[in-house]
Design a protein around this ligand. Structure first.
Ligand SMILES: [Zn+2]
Length: 284
């Protein structure tokens, strides 16, 4: 079984992006695995601080380990983690990667704390990867009525990114390239700055991770791997698919009380949505 680092290097060689899908429970986990098996691509599952509190850090780690032991190429990422202690917890729990999100800090403070996470990860000796973040991509995967006020002004500068990577020692970088977390209801699709991705990738020399993929055009998402993002995140659209699927199940039979029946619609929705994105990220 490839390590995450090897799987990401293979994606870079193929000029594709691996899909990263956020989860809050085991139903969504099973749906993502079914989608990945249907396409035949490795996949990452991610849990934010809120998602992992609900799921349980040890629970999701155990489920991923069990799947891997059964030969499934699935990797576990701790999405946006805002403290050094939070990073240590998931590193100790055996996650494959962790994102320290210091994008709200000054560049110097962001570098300093990211360095501490990298040191802790290296000392652990498990090969856990650390992702850093600079620029502004918003904070939560919600349906919004308006975009966050400072969204457009803070796209990542390639030279600043190179300095951040050199000084912090991170393995992967999340740049701000036009996407955002969440979706603005009724707004036009955000445009991904593909040229900027290519410039940043050349400047930093490490894998890039696209965040906030929900709501971008299929044409843009099909080529983010070629531009230089080796992992691409989807959260909002997975949440929408889960909720809509469950609502449809409940509407079809208002008296259904067996969770494995009324949750089934949500599982199907997540599986279909995930499969669509894995294919797009693979350039299909
Ligand atoms: Zn993100």
């Amino acid at each position: 079984m490839q390590t995450l680092k090897e799987a990401v290097a293979a994606a870079w060689e193929k000029k594709i992006a691996l899909g990263h899908f956020n989860l809050s429970d085991s139903n969504q986990f099973n749906a993502v695995l079914a989608a990945a098996a249907a396409v035949g691509q490795p996949v990452l599952v991610g849990v934010s601080e809120g998602e992992r509190k609900f799921f349980g850090v040890r629970n999701i780690a155990a489920m991923v380990k069990a799947a891997r032991d059964a030969g499934v190429q699935v990797y576990l990422n701790a999405d946006h983690t805002y403290s050094l202690d939070g990073c240590k917890e998931v590193i100790d729990a055996g996650f494959d990667s962790v994102i320290f999100d210091g994008s709200h800090l000054s560049l110097e403070e962001n570098i300093a704390t990211t360095m501490s996470v990298v040191e802790y990860a290296r000392a652990k000796g498990t090969g856990v990867l650390v992702e850093g973040e600079i620029g502004r991509i918003g904070t939560s995967s919600k349906l919004l009525t308006a975009p966050p006020a400072d969204m457009d002004k803070n796209l990542t500068d390639p030279e600043e990114a190179a300095r951040f990577v050199r000084e912090s020692g991170v393995d992967m970088l999340a740049p701000a390239v036009g996407t955002m977390h969440g979706r603005v209801i009724g707004a036009a699709d955000p445009k991904i700055d593909l040229e900027r991705i290519t410039m940043i990738r050349a400047a930093v020399g490490i894998p890039l991770v696209l965040h906030g993929g929900s709501g971008s055009t299929d044409d843009d998402l099909r080529v983010v791997g070629n531009a230089g993002c080796s992992i691409a995140h989807i959260n909002t659209d997975i949440r929408v698919a889960y909720r809509k699927g469950i609502e449809a199940s409940l509407a079809a039979d208002a008296n259904e009380i067996a969770p494995y029946r009324f949750l089934e619609g949500g599982v199907d929705g997540v599986e279909k949505t995930t499969e669509k994105y894995i294919r797009l990220f693979a350039g299909a």
